[in-house]
Design a protein around this ligand. Sequence first.
Ligand code: SAM
Ligand code: SF4
Length: 387
Amino acid sequence: MVPRPPDTLGDPSPDDAPARLTAGTVDEPRRPDEPRRPDEPRLLDTFGRVAKDLRVSLTDRCNLRCSYCMPPEGLPWLPNEDVLGDDEVIRLITVAVEQLGVTEIRFTGGEPLLRRGLESIVAATSALQTLGGGTPETALTTNGIGLAERAQGLAEAGLSRVNVSLDSLDPERFARIAHRNRHAEVISGLAAAAATPLAPIKVNTVLMRGVNDDEGVPLLRWALDHGYHLRFIEQMPLDPHGAWLREEILTVDDVLQRLADGFTLVPMPSKDRGSAPAESWWVHEHSSPDGDLPEPTAALGRVGVIGSVTRSFCSACDRTRLTSDGQVRNCLFARSETDLRALLRAGASDQELADAWRQAMWGKAAGHGIGSPLFLRPNRPMSSIGG
Ligand code: SAM
Ligand code: SF4
């Protein structure tokens, strides 16, 4: 019986988390008391979690420069020859689905719509069969630029879902945050995607104090009116200048407080959350004066808040990550990687690739440890890891 990681769900402060939460992410790449891995095809770790959700970064490049993710001047991009080709990406996804039990693949980046072969990668992925005999779920996280022209084709290629990131309804403010004047393209991308089988579309927003934190209510009203499912994400220490301060971020509680100005929120049962990072609330117009909680059936819609920092969901994490240059990461905040590209280009068999991936995941730490004095940021920017 392997020990489960401490359940940090709902933990008001990771600062109070036991020290062993950070083991593995900080000084030690692996647990010192690492048990032997059982003979099991799926991506287990020593805390009993099973990774079934693969995040694939298709490029580290982007056509926006969101302040919390990239510097205005961009980053030193990966050389083309280091980036996996379409065939190489498809081969590794095939290993993940057919040998390692992955059932869901999310394409991200950088900006995945910059990848010309995206539709063929989606089509090849959707044609795979999971270990359970089903079709893998495929999803895309995008800034929406170019989605207007490609949403229908992506749906036809087999894409199941799309998340679009948008931090402001105001084009000028959008341009200040993203350092590019492309708000209209994101809005038209969203509208186009909503008219395809990819609907309902999820919208991801990072609210920042003094930047766009007055937009919680208007963004939620707009999302409800358009049938988009809005999720607010706590800002993580992945900004380019290392200026992130825990005291300054807008936490789940701060977001809920702002939303309470415009709506009555009723929590959805936490048992429905599973491994999903977002906590969800039913959204209602303000309650009647008698103070009764409204019926969920009368809700205008729902809203999610992803408390990556203050309400870590590490204990339920089922993710594994592949960077665009072919490195497996067992956590967004991991400080070590496993080089599948080198193995693949040296002629490794599918079995050898699968074994290396299994070993990489076995060493996954219990949690990201943000808030611990020993916490170290990952050695790659978010855009290169794949958000
Ligand atoms: N370019 C695509 C996009 O923006 O949706 C995909 C990649 S982006 C890295 C994926 C998600 O990560 C976006 O929703 C973005 O807002 C979020 N993100 C980036 N940096 C972040 C940070 N420091 N903290 C929290 N979320 C962040
Ligand atoms: Fe680009 Fe997405 Fe990062 Fe914004 S969050 S700079 S769109 S990769």
